[in-house]
Each structure stands twice: as structure tokens, then as C-alpha cells.
Design a binder for this molecule. Structure first.
Ligand SMILES: NC(=O)c1ccc[n+]([C@@H]2O[C@H](COP(=O)([O-])OP(=O)(O)OC[C@H]3O[C@@H](n4cnc5c(N)ncnc54)[C@H](OP(=O)(O)O)[C@@H]3O)[C@@H](O)[C@H]2O)c1
Length: 342
């Protein structure tokens, strides 16, 4: 497995990060695998040299972090492994959409989400407890919190770094101006800046090429995009005419994917990808990840529900694409409305 540094830090990460959202409990989302089904997959990923794992407190209402910690203890040496997690959304079952359960229909429960100092100090301890670890390698803000001054957020994040609970900070989907503002606030005060950006970027959704990606490249911030296979959509086994008839549990029940993609032009992107994949004798997934790696991404955060999916991701790291093949994959892309910021 190839490794690289996370942006301008000294942290060594594999060129693939295993997304831990797939592992937890199907009570959260029907396509999520339980502990028994997840264990061999995570073990297989470790055996392929993957040392980078991405969870979030909200995934499976905390169960994803519990399994991440358990599997790392079972299969890995802690100092070799990079454990990333996130905060922002409330943590609880019944939160399919990520929205807070309403005590009264219009109000979320106070302080259960967002990026206030109180929330950050509480959430980091809760994540550490679930992970069963005494530090998190990469602690990421899952979204921007418009209700909290960014100075409050950045100082509290710096404090958890200085307290030894977190090694590096990262951010996830937001507007480029928000990210630039957060970095500037951190630098002005001598606080820890974000080392990575976990954004929404794949062959079917390329809006990040406008602002966020050039900003991150200029600033030496690592790009670790989420859903590099468009939540499985790019695999080519999703159906336009019958949403419930997908080839897998996730294909037929992942309503978020059905909202984000599934436009006629997205299916044309899949057709182009499938044509090139067939010509090269590789899977759509291998080519989709290889394309991202050719676009300067540090490590795509991919999801896997079967061992062969991990093998196809690993194959991407040694797959070379010519300039013509990249054009072939990209041409005909039709811009999307901004997706995945909230
Ligand atoms: N920061 C954020 O806001 C955010 C948002 C979403 C995700 N994430 C992170 O990104 C990670 C990955 O997200 P994701 O699961 O949506 O990523 P993805 O890699 O785009 O999709 C993964 C799904 O694609 C299918 N698949 C994977 N490899 C395949 C292959 N070789 N052939 C055919 N199908 C294949 C599997 O679904 P089937 O079961 O249908 O085969 C798998 O569950 C998450 O675990 C999480 O860590 C972050």
C-alpha cells in the first residue's frame, strides 16, 4: 500500500481511507453492517495495508466509533493507525437524516449538536470513551455551525489538541469562504489550523473543483473526499426507473444517494465510466478511485460492504490513467446544484 503525508503535516496515511459509516448497526440505516459482518472486512482492509479509518460520532448513533475502536485494538498496533472521527450532528438512533429529535416539533434539544465550546468539550470525551482510546488522530468538524462564532470553535478545538486528546484537526463540507475564514482565525490567534478537508467529490459531483479544491491545494491542505463512488451509484448497479430494485441493500434503501445523484446526466457519467472500465478490464470502482487519486486527492474515504470491494479499491492505487482517459471520464459532466453542505 502506498502511503503519503496528510497535507503539510508529518502524519503518514495510506492512499485509501476506510469509511466506517458502513459499520455499526442496521437500526440506524438498513444497509449498515453489524459487528459480526463488519469484523472480517475491517481486518481485510488492515491486511491490505490501510492504516487510515474515518468514523463520526453520529454514525449508527456512536456504534461505528465503538466498532472502530474495538477492531483497531484487535487487529492493529495503535501507533501505526490513524483514527479520524467527527462532531457536529446530534448522536442518537432515529436520526436518519441527521436532524435532532424534536422534544417539541420545532426545537432541537439544546447543546446536542453544533460547534460551541460546550459541545466540543463534551463530544470529544464521548468519542474517546466510545473508541476506547486516549487520543483521536484527526478530529473533524462535520459541518459549519452558523450559530457559533468561529473564534469560539477554533479556540475550543485548539484546546482539545493542547489537552492531548486530539493530534490533528480537519474540516468537512462547507463553503470555501468559511474554510478560509476558519484557517485565518486559527493563524491569527496561534491556534491549530485544519490539516485536511473531507469534502464531497467524485466523478458524478465535481462542484468542489470551483473553489474548495484550488484553495486546499494552494494552502497545502489534504483532500480526503467522502463518497468517492457516489454512495455506490458509480458502481453501475443502480437503476433509474425503479429506485427500490437496486442490486444491493444500499442501492434500494439509500435515499440520500437517490436524492444526491440519479439525474439523467449522472447515469451518463456511469455509462462513460463503465465503458472505459470494460475496455480496461477493471471495475468501475477501481477507475473511479484511480481518477480521484490522479486529481491530487490524498486519500479517498471509501465504503465497502464486501471484501472484493476493498480489493478493487486497493487496485486503484496502482492504476494509471492517461490524459485522454481522464478527458473521456470527465467530458459531458453537467454541473450540479451544491450538494452535501448541510
Ligand atoms: N463528511 C461527510 O459529510 C460524509 C458523508 C458521507 C460519507 N462520509 C464518509 O465517507 C465514507 C464513505 O462513504 P460512502 O460509503 O458513501 O462511500 P462510497 O465509496 O461512495 O460508497 C460505498 C458503497 O459503494 C458500494 N461499493 C463499494 N465498492 C464497490 C465495488 N467495488 N463495486 C460495487 N459497489 C461498490 C457499496 O455499496 P453496496 O453495499 O451497494 O455494494 C458501498 O457501501 C463513509 O464511511 C464516511 O466515513 C462522510
Amino acid at each position: 500500500m502506498q502511503t503519503t503525508r496528510l497535507g503539510r503535516t508529518g502524519l503518514v496515511v495510506s492512499r485509501l481511507c476506510l469509511g466506517m459509516m458502513t459499520y455499526g448497526t442496521p437500526k440506524w440505516r438498513p444497509w449498515v453492517l453489524d459487528e459480526t459482518a463488519s469484523r472480517p472486512l475491517v481486518r481485510h482492509a488492515v491486511e491490505q495495508g490501510i492504516n487510515f479509518f474515518d468514523s463520526a460520532d453520529m454514525y449508527s448513533a456512536g456504534e461505528s466509533e465503538v466498532l472502530t475502536g474495538r477492531f483497531v485494538r484487535e487487529f492493529c498496533q495503535r501507533d501505526e493507525i490513524v483514527v479520524a472521527t467527527k462532531l457536529f450532528y446530534p448522536v442518537g438512533l432515529g436520526l436518519g437524516s441527521g436532524l435532532a429529535p424534536a422534544a417539541n416539533a420545532h426545537e432541537p434539544r439544546p447543546n446536542t449538536s453544533g460547534l460551541s465550546r460546550k459541545r466540543i468539550l463534551h463530544a470529544v470525551d464521548a468519542s474517546l470513551q466510545r473508541l476506547g482510546m486516549d487520543y483521536i488522530d484527526l478530529y473533524q468538524i462535520h459541518r459549519w455551525d452558523p450559530a457559533t462564532p468561529i473564534e469560539e470553535t477554533m479556540e475550543a478545538l485548539h484546546d482539545v489538541v493542547k489537552a492531548g486528546k486530539v493530534r490533528y484537526l480537519g474540516a468537512s463540507s462547507m463553503w470555501a469562504w468559511q474554510f478560509a475564514k476558519a484557517q485565518e482565525v486559527a493563524r491569527r490567534h496561534g491556534w491549530t489550523p485544519f490539516a485536511s478537508m473531507q469534502n464531497h467529490y467524485n466523478l458524478a459531483y465535481r462542484e468542489e473543483e470551483r473553489e474548495m479544491i484550488p484553495l486546499c491545494r494552494d494552502q497545502g491542505v489534504a483532500l480526503i473526499p467522502w463518497s468517492p463512488l457516489a454512495r455506490g451509484f458509480l458502481a453501475g448497479n443502480r437503476k433509474a426507473d425503479d429506485l427500490q430494485a437496486g442490486a444491493t441493500a444500499r442501492a434500494s434503501t439509500d435515499d440520500i444517494a437517490q436524492r444526491l445523484y440519479y439525474r439523467a446526466s449522472d447515469f451518463q457519467t456511469v455509462e462513460r465510466l463503465s465503458a472505459l472500465a470494460q475496455a480496461r478490464g477493471v471495475s468501475n470502482a477501481t477507475l473511479a478511485y484511480a481518477w480521484l487519486l490522479h486529481k491530487g486527492v490524498t486519500a479517498p474515504i471509501f465504503g465497502a460492504s464486501k471484501p472484493e470491494q476493498i480489493d478493487q479499491a486497493v487496485a486503484a492505487v496502482s492504476t494509471t490513467l492517461s490524459a485522454d482517459e481522464i478527458v473521456q471520464l470527465e467530458q459531458g459532466y453537467e454541473p450540479h446544484p451544491v450538494l452535501g453542505h448541510v
